[in-house]
Ligand binder design. Structure first.
Ligand SMILES: *[C@@H]1O[C@H](CO)[C@@H](O)[C@H](O)[C@H]1NC(C)=O
Ligand SMILES: *[C@@H]1O[C@H](CO)[C@@H](O)[C@H](O)[C@H]1NC(C)=O
Ligand SMILES: *[C@@H]1O[C@H](CO)[C@@H](O)[C@H](O)[C@H]1NC(C)=O
Ligand SMILES: *[C@@H]1O[C@H](CO)[C@@H](O)[C@H](O)[C@H]1NC(C)=O
Ligand SMILES: *[C@@H]1O[C@H](CO)[C@@H](O)[C@H](O)[C@H]1NC(C)=O
Length: 620
């Protein structure tokens, strides 16, 4: 089993060294692998083609040829149309382009003068150029115009294109990679028929998994052995319509329109049923919660917000995997259709990205910051054996409060070290902010961070089957986005519930370790709650406490060892002095009480993530 997987990876590393598919909308303002097609210095320029669709604004070949500033005659012969012919909206036209490599990206240079009525980069990139360039690329390319995009400004338009590399060409015979923009209703099967090429080749050239979900307003590269010829007898492509439901293939389109309607109707009914089921389950959960005696009694915790909870059969006593039938989260099967793909990077690329893994680039042990394709990323060095688990976990999760895995590198010849490439949240790790003397976090930001962390952990505990226990939560692997929302990094190999045997030596574990874990190596949700409690105490006090012991002593006053009035006084002393007096005292007390409950010695006395979210949701 392992060996098979190993083989697949090696294949991906060498043969599939083609371009990635960026499944985000043309208008999305994020750069992903595949947002621009990458090149290296060995790859020269080439002549290739792109597909453009006639539309109301560009109806004839002469309109289109003027947009691409080229000789209309060239288009006429290539597309077998006459110069005066009005093309149906959506009619595909092949446009020859010169594609070249400049600054690590392929591009076909064009220019465009902003006309009356088009005012944003998105309208130009996604409307006029139909997603052949992402608006983020267009904006980056024309930085000086960012704030005054006036009628008459001239834009540089680097359209997406790519050239096959020599080795790939000679082994596969591919001469052209044609840039093709997807519209509503497209799928890879249609494209392969339209260009008469094997489906596998199309997937491989774009680094797609078999039977991928593809999205309108994105592009793929079509690998061709000769000049492109479009077969228009494939079920008609509808003119582009707004709305971007992901489209999946509908088999054999003899009556595509009707089938599509059926499909949509089916989805609507299915979705309604699902909603009803979820509602019913929600009520059930609520009833169950009410009935259940809660051990965590907090006056602030009376709130019925239960985002995605599962009834818990009994108190957890050690690792007990929950069965998925009691879980009210969507079944993972429902998500199978959503494509998940990773980029493959070479060790060389990563070395360049991190200046040879220099000290400067290091964030924490074995974690580096790097610049890949001009995007900041976080690179985690790890043992080859451990990568699979992390990739597996990330293939099942997608949550705003969890740092996203973007790609992988299986090292060089020896597979001793591998690297995982993660997004890099712009503001870096939480610990740095809590320690830095300038720029203290405000109270609102702190409660928001606590809430975001809780949501991320809740997702791992309740929405994964089997539940995923993080075991390494600490302020160094919580990261902050530019808007100060927090994300939890899941990049260490750890055990899911039920396989705690490999946790022997505690000293090399990065998170705050619950006492019962030190005693008998129990990995349970409650151990994560403990670590979460310690991070909350850090958020409140700004201090760092490596094992939570000091915190315990300094919050003893919350347990009644102080008089009523003294409690507030001691709380003020415990709070981060940099907050000045800029916080609601009652809220601070509430957070401190909650944190204290989380770090109780007896795991049974710690609240669950459900309870915690109920409290935090009232503060943000
Ligand atoms: C999506 O593409 C259509 C044309 O295919 C375009 O009209 C529309 O503006 C695009 N939308 C976005 C959000 O990119
Ligand atoms: C060109 O178009 C005409 C009709 O417009 C059609 O009869 C002819 O077969 C087409 N030729 C090719 C090579 O597709
Ligand atoms: C591509 O480059 C060649 C030579 O540099 C030029 O003659 C040709 O017009 C260019 N084609 C396009 C579509 O720009
Ligand atoms: C395309 O434009 C870029 C940036 O303006 C430039 O560096 C590059 O040389 C151009 N490529 C060609 C083939 O003109
Ligand atoms: C092609 O393969 C040779 C050896 O197999 C290698 O040295 C060369 O760098 C490769 N070229 C490209 C463009 O990848």
């Amino acid at each position: 089993m392992f060996f098979l997987w190993f083989l697949t990876c090696v294949c991906i590393g060498s043969v599939c060294a083609q371009q990635s598919y960026d499944g985000t909308l043309c208008s999305s303002d994020a750069n992903y692998p595949g947002t621009r097609y990458t090149c290296n210095s060995l790859q020269k320029s080439c002549q290739t083609f792109l597909v453009y669709r006639a539309n109301e604004q560009f109806q004839t070949v002469s309109d289109i040829s003027s947009l691409f500033s080229m000789d209309p005659d060239e288009l006429l012969t290539l597309n077998n149309v006459t110069s005066s012919q009005i093309l149906k909206p959506g009619r595909e036209v092949l446009v020859p382009i010169n594609c070249s490599c400049s600054d690590k990206f392929f591009r076909a240079n064009f220019s465009f003068i902003v006309p009356l009525g088009s005012t944003t980069f998105t309208e130009i990139a996604c409307g006029v150029f139909e997603g052949l360039v992402k608006s983020v690329t267009l904006a980056d390319e024309n930085l000086p115009l960012q704030n005054n995009l006036n009628v008459g400004s001239m834009l540089h338009v680097p359209l997406r294109c790519a050239c096959p590399d020599d080795n790939f060409s000679s082994s596969s015979g591919v001469k052209y990679l044609v840039t093709y923009p997807f519209v509503e209703g497209d799928d890879t099967d249609k494209i392969s028929k339209k260009f008469s090429i094997p489906l596998d080749d199309l997937w491989e050239a774009n680094h797609l998994d078999p039977n991928p979900t593809v999205y309108p307003n994105t592009t793929v590269l079509v690998p061709l052995k000769g000049e492109p010829v479009l077969n228009f007898n494939i079920p008609d492509i509808q003119p582009p319509t707004p709305g971007f439901l992901p489209t999946r293939s509908v088999e054999q389109g003899t009556k595509p329109k009707q089938l599509e309607k059926l499909y949509i109707a089916g989805s609507v009914i299915g979705f309604s049923l699902l909603l009803v089921t979820l509602l019913a389950l929600g009520l059930y959960v609520k009833a169950l919660n009410k009935w259940k005696a809660e051990h965590f009694q907090s006056s602030m915790a009376r709130n019925s917000l239960t985002p995605c909870s599962s009834p818990r059969s009994s108190q957890l006593s050690g690792p007990t995997p929950r069965s998925s039938t009691t879980n009210s989260c969507l079944s993972p099967d429902l998500l199978v259709g959503i494509k998940y793909s990773l980029c493959n990077y070479s060790a060389e690329e990563l070395r360049r990205a991190t200046k040879d893994f220099s000290q400067d680039a290091q964030i924490i042990d074995y974690v580096y910051k790097g610049l890949l394709e001009n995007i900041e990323v976080m690179i985690k060095q790890m043992r080859f054996e451990d990568t699979r688990q992390i990739i597996d976990v990330h293939s099942k999760i997608n949550h705003v409060n969890i740092v996203k895995l973007l790609g992988v590198s299986y090292g060089e010849n020896d597979f001793s070290w591998s690297y995982l490439v993660f997004e890099f949240p712009t503001n870096g790790c939480l610990r740095d902010y809590l320690s830095s003397s300038s720029n203290p976090l405000r109270w609102r930001q702190r409660t928001q961070i606590a809430f975001d962390m809780a949501m991320g952990i809740h997702y791992l505990h309740y929405c994964m089957v089997p539940p995923y226990i993080h075991m390494r939560i600490n302020s160094r692997n919580i990261f902050l986005m530019s808007n100060w929302r927090a994300k939890l990094a899941v990049f260490e190999s750890i055990s899911a519930v039920g396989s705690s045997k490999e946790i022997e030596t505690m000293s090399n574990i990065g998170g705050w370790v619950a006492p019962e874990h030190l005693l008998n190596g129990l990995a349970s949700e409650k151990a994560d709650i403990f670590a979460f409690g310690v991070v909350m105490l850090e958020l409140i006090s700004g201090k760092e406490d490596l094992d939570g012991k000091l915190f315990k002593e300094s919050i003893g006053f919350l347990g009644g060892s102080a008089t009523e009035g003294g409690c507030f006084e001691q709380l003020k002393i415990f709070l981060d002095p940099r907050l000045k007096d800029d916080y609601p005292l009652a809220e601070a007390l509430c957070l401190a009480v909650l944190a204290k409950a989380c770090v109780e010695d007896d795991p049974m006395h710690r609240p669950s993530m459900d309870d915690i979210i109920k409290v935090l949701a009232r503060m943000v």
